[in-house]
Every structure is written in C-alpha cells, then in structure tokens.
Design a protein around this ligand. Structure first.
Ligand code: SAM
Ligand code: SF4
Length: 498
C-alpha cells in the first residue's frame, strides 16, 4: 500500500498500532488493565473509543504497556491483505506476554474478527476472544466467559446498532479535533470491497445524539469535528414510528428534528438527510469547524454543496473517491457511476464552491484493467487536479464480488508501475495546489507544535492543507489565526501570522 499525504488523518499511517490511554473512573476501578491498539481507518479508531468507554464503565483502566495488561485488544482492518498481515505479525509479539501471564485475555476486534469469525480461534491459538464491530456491548460478558476458561466469539451484525447512547471517551486526543461517527456499515457493493461483509448493513445514527455529542465536544473546548461514515451522502434518519415516540423525551427530539426536514416530501422519505445534518451540526457554533468523510460520487447532491457554501464553518474540502477514471472499470467495480457522472459532480463542486479542495482514492491494477484504461485514471487526475490522494494497488479480498467473478490478472509489477505513475502525478498536483496558495491569507486552526520544531505551530486551513508558522505569545493551540502563506514544500504551507 502507498498513501500519499495524509492530511485529514482518515487513514493515518503514523497512528497505526497506536495504544489508547485514558483516566480511570476511580469509584469503579476493578484493578484490571486494558491495552487496546487500533489499525485501519478513522472509523476503527473511533470504535476503539467506544470499546474503551464500555470497559471503563466496568472498572477497567487503560495502559500503554501491553506487558502489564490483563486484557489486550487489537482492533483490526481487513481492507487490503497487507493490513491483515500486519495484525498477524503483531499478534505474534503478544506470545511472550501470554506465557508470562496465562490469565491474560487476548482479543481481536473489528473487521478482521468479523471476516474470519471462529476460524480466527483455530488459526491463532493465542486468541481468546473474537468480536465483530456490532457486538462491543457484549465485551464485558465475553471477557467473563474467557475468565471462566472458555474462548468466546460474538460476530453478530446488527441492523440497528449505532452506539448512539455511548459517549465515546476521547483518547490520545489533542482536545481540538474529534471524529464523530454518524452512521455504520455500507449498503453499496463495490466489487473490490470487504466493508459490506465486515461492517454489515448501512444504518444512520439519530441526529439528536450527533448534535449532542458535537455540542458536548464544543463545550469541552474542541474546535473541529469530522463526521464519519462510509458514504455520508446516504445518511438518512426517518421520523420514528409513532409507536416508538410516545415518551416525553422522544417527543421533544422529534420536534427538533422535524424543524430541519419537514418539507422533504412523502411520509416514507428521509426526514433528515445529510445536508440537513450538516446544517444542524454547523449551527452548534460558528466557532466549531465541521468536516466529513467519505462522500460518494453517486450520492453527493447539490443540496449538500449549497449547505457547505452557506456555512463558513463547514470546511471547503471534499473527499470524493474516484477509484478509476475509466467507465468500463468503474462498472466492473460496481461503483454505479461512470466517468461522465464523476466529471459532472466535480464541475458542480467547482461551480458551487469555487476553491474547494478535493481529494480522492485510486486503485491501480483492478481486474483486467488495460494500459489505456489506466491512462484514463491519469487523465482524470489531470482534469481534477486533486489536492491529495490515497493510492493503492488492488488487493483481492476473499468473499468479495470481484474475488468471485473476476481474475486478479494484473501482475504485481504492472500494478506497482501504474501506482508509481499515479503517485508521481499526484505529487505534482499536490505541489501545484499548494503553490497556488502562496501569497494568500488562510484561516488556520492551531493544532499544536509542528513535528519538526517547538518553535513552530502547525494547523490546518479550511481546505485541509497543513500550515506551519512561528509560535507567538498571542495565540495558542485551539485558536484560529490568519496566516499569510509565504512558501510551500510538497506537503506543507509555510507562513506567518498576520
Ligand atoms: N467508503 C469509501 C468509498 O466508497 O470511497 C471507502 C472506504 S475504504 C475503507 C477506503 C479505500 O480503500 C477505498 O476507497 C479504496 O480505494 C480502497 N480499497 C478498498 N478495497 C480495496 C482493495 N480490495 N484493494 C485495494 N484498495 C482497496
Ligand atoms: Fe466499500 Fe464501496 Fe462501501 Fe466504500 S462505498 S465502503 S468502497 S462498498
């Protein structure tokens, strides 16, 4: 896998395998220590916060040292083969800890657990418990089961679970940016993708609980939320069935929700769609920046674009994965849009939100992709001039439509060569996009010291570019400053506060 520039931290290479640490709840402490590390996308890191929240309530405390832990959890990713290999290798490193402490519970959570189910227990003797992404509420019971000498599995997928009522503890947080999960699962069946199998059917979370979480975050001092979903544009929350909304509390929330969506039409149409939700979150405070990911080209509407345009605090940045620039390949991928449709959406973004940054995902060497079809992806990149991109070689995943229907027939060397060409083009475009901002003034939310020096702060512009500038007495992390951009490197803007 090769990722270029990870400005929005959706898949942050530097966070892979990161362990979570939080304050214990003193009156509940059961004396047991939990070590939990996470792999994959932001959704997994966000899920680990939910897991930690559930176990904290049961009296666990966290540790960043697995050698002193009573429970080790590894929250896994299945998206490409190398993500799974990484987890298998990591598990081997826990063997000595288990020999030293036979009572140690080792659990595998997340997508790989869901994909392999009880097979995991057969393949990895070290593992005691396997838990899928919709079964985290069952973790305390499953740990008890292991304590009583059994191995445990819960990989049931749910059509309802959104963990809406669990307020995730924020871990390893800078206290400024937070991820907020707005939906789970995915109903698209992109032929290359394992997500619908590991995360189940798409379901949206109650908008009131999302707005409450964002409001709580803002009140705690957070200045930026990123709304997360596999396809945020298909977010929809329907008015609860009257039989479900008899209680006082639900009546109130229904009225508030309706004020945003009552004109949407027929009774069975969505009451709150993604544009409405964005607006609700934007109204928490003009001081709270709102980002979101991932948008899907087939579903992103002009209504969403106009909502972004309307609110200064909704960032002008859209992650719109193309995957391939060729219509035949897109059809094989079952992406349900073609090249022209995608271009139409790009044109709409450029027309409605001029200057909006756009990033993408690209897969090279998908089944039967020809050289000319690969060139179509390059020409699409030339058309859009993406600000950033995540670029991958196709990795066949067992059980997916592509694995069943098509031969993975592009040799690795060809996939790699195509990836190299795509990465080179993206580097060119990223640099051009940054260069175009030299001489402008950008509003930056300060996140902390820059990676290289404590004499500099770093933060992101509205368009998600990383900006570095000298530390000053009059501003600190969590504040917005206007930075005049003096120059750029290939990945960063450099300037001074004005
Ligand atoms: N839901 C998002 C969407 O539709 O764009 C993407 C979710 S997926 C976690 C992130 C990215 O991983 C995809 O956009 C795709 O580029 C890449 N990906 C997924 N399956 C892959 C595979 N089998 N091989 C290579 N890359 C893959
Ligand atoms: Fe996977 Fe497609 Fe769903 Fe994205 S939209 S998670 S690529 S199936």
């Amino acid at each position: 896998m090769m990722d270029l520039l990870i400005p929005d931290k959706l898949h942050d290479e530097s966070r892979q395998g990161e362990a979570l640490l939080l304050e214990p709840i003193s009156d509940k402490n059961n004396g047991r220590k939990l070590y939990i590390e996470s792999y994959g996308c932001a959704m997994n890191f966000s899920d680990s916060e939910i897991v930690a929240s559930i176990l904290l309530e049961k009296g666990f405390e966290t540790t960043s040292d697995y050698t002193v832990a009573d429970v080790i959890f590894i929250n896994t990713c299945s998206i490409r083969e190398n993500a799974e290999t990484r987890v298998r290798n990591r598990l081997k490193e826990f063997t000595i800890a288990k020999v030293k402490n036979p009572g140690l519970v080792v659990g595998v959570l997340g997508c790989m657990a869901e994909r392999l189910k009880s097979k995991f227990l057969e393949e990895e003797k070290l593992v005691d418990v396997v838990v899928g992404p919709d079964a985290y509420r069952d973790l305390p019971n499953l740990i008890e089961q292991v304590d009583s000498g059994q191995r445990a599995v819960n990989v049931l997928l749910s059509r309802e679970e959104t963990y809406a009522d669990i307020s995730p503890v924020r871990l390893n947080s800078n206290g400024i940016n937070a991820f907020v999960s707005i939906m789970r699962g995915c109903d698209n069946m992109c032929s290359f993708c394992v997500v619908p199998f590991t995360r189940g059917r798409e379901r949206s979370r109650d908008p009131q609980s999302i707005v409450k979480e964002c409001t709580d975050l803002f009140n705690q001092g957070y200045k930026e939320v990123t709304l997360l979903g596999q396809n945020v544009d298909s977010y929809k929350w329907r008015k609860p069935h009257p039989a479900l909304s008899k209680g006082e509390g639900s009546k109130k929330s229904e009225v508030e929700v309706l004020s945003f969506g009552e004109d949407l039409g027929e009774a069975n149409e969505p009451v709150v769609n993604f544009a409405n939700l964005l607006e609700m979150v934007a109204q928490v405070s003009p001081e709270l920046r709102v980002r979101f990911s991932t948008s899907h080209p087939k579903d992103i509407t002009d209504e969403v674009l106009y909502t972004i345009k309307k609110h200064d605090n909704i960032c002008n940045y859209i992650h719109l994965p193309i995957q391939s620039g060729n219509s035949r390949v897109l059809e094989l991928m079952n992406r349900t849009y073609d090249r022209d449709w995608y271009i139409d959406r790009i044109d709409a973004i450029r027309r409605i939100i001029p200057g909006c940054a756009i990033s993408t995902d690209v897969i090279t060497g998908f089944c039967s992709e020809t050289e000319d079809e690969h060139k179509d992806t390059l020409s699409m990149m030339d058309y859009v001039h993406y600000d950033f991109a995540y670029m991958f070689m196709y990795s066949e995943r067992p059980g997916t439509l592509a694995a069943k229907r098509y031969a993975d027939d592009i040799p690795d060397a060809v996939k790699r060569q195509r990836l190299k060409e795509i990465v080179a083009k993206q580097q060119e475009h990223s640099f051009l996009r940054l260069q175009a901002q030299v001489g402008t003034t950008q509003k930056v939310l300060i996140e902390g010291f820059s990676k290289k020096s404590n004499n500099d702060y770093c933060g992101r512009s509205d368009q998600n570019a990383m900006v570095v500038f000298p530390v000053g007495e009059n501003y600190k992390p969590g504040q917005y400053v206007n930075v005049f951009i003096e120059r750029s490197t290939t990945a960063t803007l450099i300037g001074r506060v004005v």
